[in-house]
Design a binder for this molecule. Structure first.
Ligand code: SAM
Ligand code: DTB
Ligand code: SF4
Length: 344
């Protein structure tokens, strides 16, 4: 794990699939210390925005945003105790546990997402770790999503040997598995698994050749140094993730974090900017929490280099802004939708 006072290391060489999972090419990746990332977070706001915009423009069309639609294909009843999550059995949140959705219902949702303009479809399941039979069933759902002409993503919890390969063979483009916080804050939020469990699943996904979607949550009571620690962990994954969701905590009644004091919204914008600077070719997603954010803060997130959003009236179990109001906001900002591709 990244050390706060780790010396600046030489760039490492690796095979980065940032252009496309199939067109891997060797590029040097900078190693970031927590202190360097903290220094970025502490820059004057204008200087930070300028750096983030400069990096964004050097690597992407700065006016293109990805629309990714979420579907909870298996809701609630999760045995983990993640303090932010309405789907944990440990908390009384009113979320009812359901069974895994079938192929037809998923096809219908995927086609509706596509018709509304989404290009990525992400299926979430409230599992600690799927069983072999769950993976087989989700593989059928992945095939269904691919047949609709969408990029596919799944987030199912910890994977075992062979799971990532089965999902890859079904056509899975991305696997989402978040580190969620800095290592030294993790135990305050989750006790039923540890950081290394998350890293192990990420390695399995990477080794299977599936693109990695990995980010975290901001606003859980962590310090600025711990936000830097989270970004350092993400940016120092080798290679860093192709897709980086930065979630703002959605406070859900019944969870231990329901009464968490509000984070300064500008601190969220700063975190997006630092994700962009440290992971220049990743799709950085302005993820959960937009509903409570307001349009001006979202616009600042796009200035800071976010180039993807969750699109659709619902996240997994909580509301997201209505699709038409998002399209209206993007139009007013002159942003087009599509699949942002990093420049060479
Ligand atoms: N169970 C799987 C897992 O934890 O990896 C997949 C589903 S889980 C709901 C996916 C991610 O949703 C979590 O890692 C976390 O980042 C995010 N999440 C869950 N509840 C959230 C909340 N209240 N606010 C923001 N993000 C949340
Ligand atoms: C991610 O980083 N955020 C999404 C997705 N990956 C699966 C989930 C957000 C969930 C917000 C709370 C809810 O709706 O249950
Ligand atoms: Fe379960 Fe995932 Fe929610 Fe944690 S975040 S309780 S693992 S569904």
């Amino acid at each position: 794990m990244t050390q706060v006072d780790a010396p600046i290391q030489k760039p490492v060489t690796f095979h980065a699939p940032h252009k496309s999972p199939k067109a891997r090419h060797a590029v040097a990746q900078r190693v970031w210390t927590v202190a360097e990332i903290q220094a970025l977070l502490e820059l004057p706001f204008n200087d930070l925005m300028f750096q983030a915009q400069t990096v964004h423009r050097a690597n992407f069309d700065p006016n293109m945003v990805e629309l990714a639609t979420l579907l909870s294909v298996k809701t609630g009843g999760c045995p983990e105790d993640c303090g932010y999550c309405p789907q944990s059995v440990h908390f009384d949140t009113g979320v009812e546990a359901g069974k895994l959705m079938g192929v037809e219902a998923v096809r219908e949702a995927a086609l509706a997402a596509k018709a509304a303009g989404a290009t990525r479809f992400c299926m979430g399941a409230a599992w600690r770790a799927p069983k072999d039979r769950d993976i087989k069933a989700v593989a059928e759902l992945v095939k269904t999503v691919k047949a609709c002409g969408l990029e596919s993503c799944a987030t199912l919890g910890m994977l075992n040997d062979g799971h990532a390969e089965t999902l890859r063979d079904a056509g899975l483009d991305y696997y989402n598995h978040n580190l969620d916080s800095a290592p030294d804050f993790y135990g305050d939020i989750i006790t039923t698994r540890d950081y290394q469990d998350r890293l192990d699943t990420l390695t399995r996904v990477r080794n299977a050749g599936v693109s990695v979607c990995c980010g975290g949550i901001v606003g859980m009571g962590e310090s600025r140094l711990q936000r830097a620690g989270l970004i350092a962990e993400l940016a120092n994954l080798s290679p860093y993730p192709e897709s980086v969701p930065i979630n703002h905590l959605v406070k859900v009644e019944g969870t231990p974090l329901a009464d968490q004091p509000d984070l300064d919204p500008l601190e969220f914008v700063r975190t997006i900017a630092v994700a962009r600077i440290t992971m220049p070719k990743a799709r950085v997603r302005l993820s959960a929490g937009r509903q409570g954010m307001g349009e001006a803060v979202q616009a600042l997130c796009f200035v800071a280099g976010a180039n993807s959003i969750f699109y659709g009236d619902k996240l997994l179990t909580t509301p997201n802004p209505a699709g038409n109001s998002d399209l209206d906001l993007l139009a007013r900002l002159g942003l087009k939708t599509g699949q942002p591709q990093p420049r060479d």
